[in-house]
Design a binder for this molecule. Sequence first.
Ligand code: CUA
Length: 260
Amino acid sequence: MKNNIKLIFLFLLFPSIAAADAAENWQLGFQDPATPIMEGIINLHHDLMFFICVISVFVSWMLFRTLWHFGQGQNPTPSTLTHGTLIEIIWTITPAFILLTIAIPSFSLLYAMDEIVSPAITVKTLGHQWYWSYEYSDYSNENGESVVYDSYMVPEEDLEIGQLRLLEVDNRMVIPTNTHVRVIVTAADVLHSWAIPSLGVKCDAIPGRLNQTSLFVKREGLYYGQCSEICGINHGFMPIVIEVVPLADYVSWLYNKLNE
Ligand code: CUA
C-alpha cells in the first residue's frame, strides 16, 4: 500500500514513467535495479565513468596542446628527440595503477555474480525457436507431475490496452521476493540467451549444456527481458517476463499450477 502511494506521486510528478521494469523509448541509462547484482553493476559503471572522464579530459588536453605547440606554424624546426626514460616509466606505471584500482571492485563484482547462495528454489528455463519454457522440478503433485509450461509472446493483435508490444508473454515465470533462486538455463535447439536488464542477468542458453545463474529479487514487480542471442527469424519475438510476488502468493500460484 505504501508503495502504491509512492507510485501515485511518481506518476503525478513524471507522467511518462512506466510501472513495469521494461525498456523505454530513447532510453540511454540503466533500468531500475531490483537485485543486489544489478545495483553492483550500476555502481561499477559509475566508478568506471570517473576514470573514463579524467582520462578522456587529460588525453584530449594533451593532444590539442601538442597539435598547438608543435605544429609547423609554431615550431618549424622539429626536435630530434626520440625517447625519454623517465616519461616512459611514468606513462607505463600510471595506467597500470589505474587498471589495478579498477580491477579490485571489478573482480569482487564478477565473483559475486558467479556465487550461487544455497538456493531455496530452482527454476529451469529452456530456450526454443522461438519461445521459452519453464520447469519447476522441485515440486510434484500426486501424479508425479511437476510444473512445466511454455511462455510465448503475445502477438500485437492480441495485446490489451497498456500491454507492451513485443514484450508481453502468455505465461510468465513466477518467483517470490527476497528468496535465493537458482536458474538453470539451457536450450533445446540453437543458442539463445536469457536476459533481464533490471535483474542484472544475461545467461547463454546452450543446447546440451546447463548454465547456472542466481537471482535475489528485492521488490515485487514485472520484469521484462528479451532473448539476447541471435537465434533465427523470430529472435526478436521471444521475450521474457518475470512476475515477482510475495512468498505466500508464490505458494498459492504453485498450488494452482500443480493441481491444474
Ligand atoms: Cu532466442 Cu534469440
